[in-house]
Design a protein around this ligand. Structure first.
Ligand SMILES: Cc1cc2nc3c(=O)[nH]c(=O)nc-3n(C[C@H](O)[C@H](O)[C@H](O)COP(=O)(O)OP(=O)(O)OC[C@H]3O[C@@H](n4cnc5c(N)ncnc54)[C@H](O)[C@@H]3O)c2cc1C
Length: 545
């Protein structure tokens, strides 16, 4: 019994398929060669949008992992305890092989299929993306050392999520992590001070002992990690397993878990190695070259993560505005709100289709397409920079579309907001990505031409924009580093515009070109010019199948 009726509140956005309801994503999956995987992606999408999937995400986020350093007898155990919701989410992700499918079952479109399913799954909870992404990404780096790959790949390719903390050979499945960042340097990994001493002469595939620390090592519950350490021959990449081959706990200590802004369901640890056993992957001194194969794939997932957050925000914003009235009409009919919603939707669509195009470049590159390899080299850094950089602003504006309740935890919007800066920071922060674009242009000049080829389309505003970009790049060589963010932003906009013009919705492409390329735009979302077809854009992005 109450003293008032609850009215003018939207129904919960639950029991909907986040894939089926995402037109730009569905179109991109077909266009980029993964139509064959639609049923599987849709199954993940149904789970992620279900009441149960959403509830698991809420529980995993609200019950962060706890570090357990010792057992009751005082023995070190160095374990992390998770809420059952985390485990259930992980089990779904692993059962759907989001951690391995393109390697286990390589075929055209495999990376695109996995990318789309990863985007769907992350809408239940983004935190699980970390160990899933690292396991997916470890494979190409580990293949540098074929005998280690042969031993570990069958474990990583299992679709069984096995949480047992025991030696990997007795488990039904295994997961991988990565340790590069140390206290004195994360971007500049050459500053790593962890030392690797050969046990028996050393060399590729041989055993070493690691002594030192890592300042950030996420998902420390994983079974094995690629870590960087200084060997006599320089910075090198090692496979560090949680247990030694003779069945002993490896010699490491989990010191702390980080108390993070967001991504709270995922454990990020500080760790110390105390003569821990590890095996050299590749040559001594080739650490960065080896582990970069892993980083190139986690970076793709950061870009996908940025696009995912935008899609989730747009879905919530349009849903709320469609069911909430103010001043006599629903919010979605108010002209200024239509401008905000359409602007958010355009940003989201540009992010989704460019991220999926990038995923296709991974497929093509593996199939031996040189043009795609060049494109991937530069587009990876350009899109990681721009899409993840736009995410926090986008999440903040989506949140505001819900009004005051958007600031309240129950809506999930604060969780989305807190998660949003992360993909820009890890796996190389914004400036590092921009500097990487400059490096790519110098080391692989063909990458820039491949980029221009993909960033072209018969659209006068885009042609003028690209002509200006060609003048900017490299422009004055002495100032290129200081101009790098601006240049990379323009590269991202050109690529997104080209894809939208060629493959996207006409109204979205037109509004994108008018605002992002021709300057008919302000500095906040909701500043599109008056002629835009707002209704069509909003309808296209409404979270209904
Ligand atoms: C939640 C979370 C989980 C993480 N998990 C892991 C993990 O599992 N494994 C792991 O190895 N690391 C992990 N990291 C670490 C992350 O990758 C690093 O924090 C990141 O690479 C930046 O390194 P740093 O913190 O040392 O910052 P710094 O390298 O000190 O950089 C600080 C700032 O300076 C900028 N900068 C650096 N160099 C330049 C330059 N030359 N010119 C201009 N600007 C520059 C950077 O862009 C950044 O904005 C995690 C981080 C977070 C937040």
């Amino acid at each position: 019994m109450g003293n008032h009726a609850v009215v003018n509140q939207p129904p919960p956005l639950l029991e909907y398929n986040v894939f089926a309801a995402d037109r730009p994503l569905r179109e991109a999956v077909r266009r980029e060669g993964a139509e064959w995987a639609e049923d599987r992606i849709a199954a993940v999408g149904a789970f992620a949008g279900s009441g149960h999937g959403q509830e698991l995400g809420r529980l995993a986020n609200e019950n962060p992992p706890k570090l357990k350093t010792h057992d009751r007898y005082g023995n070190r155990v160095d374990e992390v305890e998770f809420h059952p919701a985390w485990h259930e989410l992980m089990a779904v992700a692993v059962a759907n092989e989001l951690h391995c499918s393109p390697w286990k079952d390589p075929r055209p479109g495999a990376h695109v299929a996995r990318a789309a399913a990863f985007m769907c799954m992350s809408q239940a909870e983004a935190g699980i993306g970390c160990p899933i992404s690292m396991t997916y990404s470890v494979v190409p780096a580990l293949r540098t050392q074929p005998e280690l790959a042969a031993e570990w790949e069958p474990r990583f390719f299992s679709s069984v999520y096995d949480v047992r903390n025991q030696p990997a050979p007795g488990k039904d499945g295994a997961l991988a992590g990565m340790g590069m960042t140390e206290k004195q340097g994360g971007s500049d990994v050459r500053a790593n001070s962890t030392v690797a001493r050969p046990v028996n002469g050393g060399g590729p595939g041989a055993e070493y002992e690691l002594t030192g620390h890592k300042w950030f090592m996420s998902a420390p519950q994983c079974d094995a990690f690629l870590v960087l350490a200084q060997a006599d021959g320089g910075l090198s990449c090692f496979l560090f397993p949680r247990w030694t081959p003779d069945g002993e706990r490896n010699r490491f200590r989990l010191q702390r878990l980080k108390d993070k802004l967001g991504n709270r369901s995922n454990a990020s640890s500080e760790i110390e190695f105390d003569a821990a056993s590890a095996w050299l992957v590749g040559e001594e001194g080739a650490g960065v070259r080896t582990i970069i194969e892993m980083v190139n794939h986690t970076r793709l997932d950061c870009t996908l993560g940025g696009a995912t957050g935008m899609r989730a925000g747009v879905a919530q914003a349009i849903h709320h505005a469609s069911h909430r009235s103010a001043f006599g009409t629903t919010l979605v009919e108010q002209p200024l709100m239509r401008n905000v919603l359409a602007d958010l939707a355009i940003e989201s669509e540009a992010a989704t289709i460019s991220a999926l195009r990038l995923a296709r470049a991974y497929d093509e590159s593996l199939a031996g397409d040189e043009e795609a390899t060049h494109l991937k080299r530069v587009a990876n850094a350009v899109l990681k920079y721009w899409i993840t950089k736009r995410a926090p602003m986008h999440a903040g504006e989506s949140l505001e579309c819900l009004g005051g309740v958007g600031y309240v935890e129950e809506t999930g919007m604060p969780r989305l907001f807190r998660e949003s800066p992360l993909n820009s920071i890890w796996e190389g922060s914004g400036n590092v990505q921009c500097l990487d674009v400059l490096r790519a242009m110098v080391k692989d000049p063909a990458s820039l031409e491949a980029y221009y080829a993909e960033g072209a389309a018969a659209e006068p505003r885009l042609e003028a924009f690209v002509a200006a970009l060609r003048e900017e790049l490299p422009g004055e060589v002495e100032t290129i580093e200081v101009r790098a963010r601006r240049v990379v932003e323009h590269m991202a906009l050109a690529l997104q515009a080209s894809l939208l013009v060629r493959y996207g919705d006409e109204a979205v492409a037109d509004a994108f070109c008018a605002s992002r390329l021709s300057g008919e735009w302000g500095q906040a979302f909701g500043t599109l010019p008056a002629g835009v077809d707002f209704g069509r854009i909003i309808e296209r992005h409404a979270p209904v199948a």
